[in-house]
Structures are given as C-alpha cells and as structure tokens.
Design a binder for this molecule. Sequence first.
Ligand SMILES: [Zn+2]
Length: 250
Amino acid sequence: MKTYFVYYTQNLKDIRKGYVGMTIRIKKYMLSGQYKYLGTDKDLLNDIKLLGKDNFLRTNLLSSTDKNEAKFWEGFYVRTLKTHISQGGYNKDFNGGVYPNPVTQKGRKIMSEKKKGTIPANKGKKMSPQENEENRQRNIGRKQSKETIKKRNESLKKVIRTSEWNEHIRLSKLGDKNPMKNHIITKEEHKRRSDSLKGKNKYPRTQEQKDKIRNTLLNKPRFKCEYCDKSFIEYYYNKYHGDNCKQTNI
Ligand SMILES: [Zn+2]
C-alpha cells in the first residue's frame, strides 16, 4: 500500500506565504528530515529559486494510505492555513493539488489564458512555409557546441521531477494522446534498423564514463526493505519493496 503525505511548506521570509501539497514518497524519506522536498507549485519553485531552499520549511501534516482521504485533508488545510493565492499563498486550487489537475484537467483553460498575457513570444508572427523550409535547411546537420550542451545539462539539473510531475506526464500521453499512436514500423524497416546496428557499438563508453555511472549508482542512498531484509535505491524500493514487497503476501 502506498502512503500519501499532506505537507505544509512555509516561506520563512514572508511567513504568511505558504503552500499545502500532497505527495507519495517513501515514508522513511519523508519522516527523516534529510529529504528537502518542498512542493511542485510553479510560483513556489520560482520563490525557492530566488530565496534558496534554506528559507523554506516543510512540515508534514498527516499521512494516509487512502488517496481520497489525503486529498480531503489537503483541501481542508489549504482553507485552514489560508494558503490560496487569493489569500496571499501559493495554492491555486482550494482543494490543493497540482494545477491543472492531471485527472480532471480542471484549470487548464485558465493556465493557457495566463500564458497568452504573460508570454509575448506567443504573439509573434506566423512563419510562411517558405521561411519554415529555409530554417529547416539551415539547421540540417548543425551540431550543438559543447558549451550549449553543458548549459542545458546545468539547467536540467535544477529541474525537480516529483512523482506528481511524472504522473502528470504519464496521463498526458495515455491512449489517444500517445504521440506514437499512429507510428507503425514495418517488418522491413525493423530489419533494416536491426541490420544496420549489427556488430556495431555506436556510442562506446570510455572506462572513465563507466566508472562514473557505477559510482553514481553506488553512492545513491539505499533503503532497507523491512520484509525481505535487502537494501535498494529509491526507485526499486518504491516499485517492488516496502509495502509492495512480494514477501508481505507470504
Ligand atoms: Zn522487499
């Protein structure tokens, strides 16, 4: 069974500003205090970027294995702690949660309207097919400089991917929304691709790179499963152990 946590994140520079959120994370992680998860709200993340993580404090309000119950308390605390945006807080919805809601898509329209007003880049002129083609030709075979790649890697490191975020992405690509839905690979094409790769190692890794990957994996914090007595990194613990461990059924 999964544990849902409802938490309260407070801006210590402006203590009236707060955020109530819900997350599904490893219990030990959430309770240990070593995990500085603060929330996923865009405005909150902006302020965290601006003021630094040290100026924010997360307090766990409660945990529940029932999602609906946790959701209920999340909304309760948004109203009790007055964290709605109209009250000077960060929450966009009186019921808490990510915005727009990944299940109901509630709030999507307001978000796109907001974008129209705040991002002037969207108002730019449309390119003619000719200009489009010119741009395309110009970019063919163009290589990105090492500096560009480095810059992007740096900025990607700042992105905090939470389980809420992942769920949002998952739901946006389900069923008819799957971008590969009408993408059919014929048997011939499949064979051609397979043949072209045979006997080749297209991107061989140097020993240095291999060591780096190994060390990263070895240095990740491990969590001991209380049922099978073995230790795992967060991903595997979450997926196959803890409350999901096969040993619990015996
Ligand atoms: Zn286990």
